[in-house]
Design a protein around this ligand. Structure first.
Ligand code: ZN
Length: 306
C-alpha cells in the first residue's frame, strides 16, 4: 500500500475573481470545478488543474471574502513546488508574471514567486518519470506549461516528531532534506523548514491542507492504519468528486487522503468542466439561495475563447 504523491492542495483566498484571474489566467491552469464549500455553502470552492482535472495537479481554494491576509507559521505549509519541463520555462514565466505585476526570483535551480495574496510558489525541473499534467492555455506554450505538483514545504519546530509516523505509518521515504511519497504512477515531496518565531495565521494566501492520493481500495485500510498509530482520522467523507479522510500529522499540519474516483467528470461534461456552479446533491435544493449570495465570477479562459 503506497500513497501516490499529492492529490490536491487547498488554500484560502479572500477574492475569488482575483484568484481565478491569477490561476486560470496568468498561470494558465484550467478551472475544472466551480462549487461551494460543503461545510459553508455561502462561499466558493474553486478547483484548478490540468486539462483532465487530474489528481496531482489540482489546486483548490476556499473563498472567504473578508478573510484577513494570513501568514504561514509552525504547523502550516508555506510553499508549493510545481514541475516545469526545463529551465527555459523560468524565463517565460518570469516575463509573464512581470506582465501581471508579480515579481519572481529566478536562479538556475528554481523560480519563486507569490500569488497576489502572498501564497508562495516555486517552479523546478524535476527528474521524475511521472506523466506531465498540463492544461491548455492559448498564451502558455506546452513546453513551458506547469506539469503538476512536485511537493510542499511546511514549517515545524520539531521535524523529528513526525519522522516515525511518516516512515512507519504513511510509507514516506527519506529523500534530500525531507521525504518522497511515491506510488504506482506518481510521487511528491514533503519537507520542513525551521518555523518562524511569529505564530502562523490561517488567512488569505495560506494553505489549508495537503491531500495525498490514496488508491480507492486502500482508502479505508489507510484510515485504519492511521487510527492505529493514534493520529485520530475523521470518518471517510464523501466529497462527491473524491472520498476524503482528514487528520493532523505530528507537527500539526492538516493532511487529507483523497481517492482518484469518481473524479470531476462525474457531474459535468469533461468538455465544459468548471463553467457552471456545481452543487453537491444535498445542496441542490438550496441552489437559488446559494446563487443569490455568491458574487458571479468571470473565467478569463472562457472569455478568451468566446
Ligand atoms: Zn481537500
Amino acid at each position: 500500500m503506497k500513497l501516490n504523491g499529492i492529490h490536491h492542495i487547498t488554500a484560502i483566498t479572500a477574492d475569488a475573481q482575483r484568484n481565478i484571474d491569477f490561476y486560470a489566467g496568468v498561470l494558465g491552469l484550467r478551472l475544472v470545478k466551480k462549487s461551494v464549500n460543503q461545510d459553508e455553502p455561502s462561499v466558493y470552492h474553486l478547483f484548478y488543474a490540468d486539462e483532465q482535472g487530474s489528481p496531482g495537479a489540482d489546486m483548490t481554494f476556499f473563498e472567504f471574502p473578508y478573510a484577513a491576509p494570513g501568514r504561514p507559521g509552525a504547523g502550516m505549509i508555506h510553499r508549493i513546488t510545481w514541475r516545469v519541463a526545463s529551465t527555459d520555462a523560468f524565463g517565460f514565466w518570469e516575463r509573464r508574471l512581470a506582465e501581471a505585476g508579480v515579481q519572481a526570483e529566478a536562479t538556475d535551480e528554481y523560480l519563486r514567486f507569490s500569488d497576489p495574496e502572498g501564497l508562495a510558489h516555486e517552479f523546478v525541473v524535476a527528474d521524475v518519470p511521472d506523466q506531465p499534467l498540463i492544461a491548455d492555455h492559448p498564451e502558455v506554450p506546452r513546453e513551458f506549461a506547469i506539469q503538476g505538483f512536485h511537493g510542499v514545504r511546511a514549517y515545524a519546530f520539531d521535524p523529528e516528531r513526525s519522522k516515525r509516523f511518516f516512515e512507519e505509518t504513511l510509507g514516506f521515504e527519506p529523500n534530500g532534506d525531507g521525504w518522497e511519497v511515491r506510488g504506482a504512477t506518481r510521487g511528491g515531496l514533503y519537507a520542513y523548514d525551521e518555523a518562524p518565531a511569529e505564530r502562523g495565521l490561517q488567512g488569505a494566501g495560506t494553505v489549508h491542507h495537503v491531500a495525498w492520493y490514496s488508491e480507492t481500495e486502500d482508502h479505508e485500510p489507510w484510515r485504519e492504519r492511521i487510527a492505529a498509530a493514534g493520529a485520530r482520522p475523521t470518518p471517510v467523507i464523501d466529497r462527491f468528486w473524491f472520498r476524503s479522510v482528514y487528520f493532523r500529522e505530528p507537527n500539526g499540519i492538516l493532511f487529507e487522503l483523497a481517492t482518484p474516483d469518481p473524479g470531476f467528470a462525474v457531474d459535468e461534461d469533461p468538455e465544459h468542466l468548471g463553467e457552471k456552479l456545481i452543487l453537491p446533491p444535498f445542496l441542490e435544493d438550496k441552489r437559488e439561495q446559494i446563487e443569490a449570495i455568491l458574487k458571479p465570477v468571470r473565467n478569463p479562459r472562457q472569455s478568451a475563447r468566446a
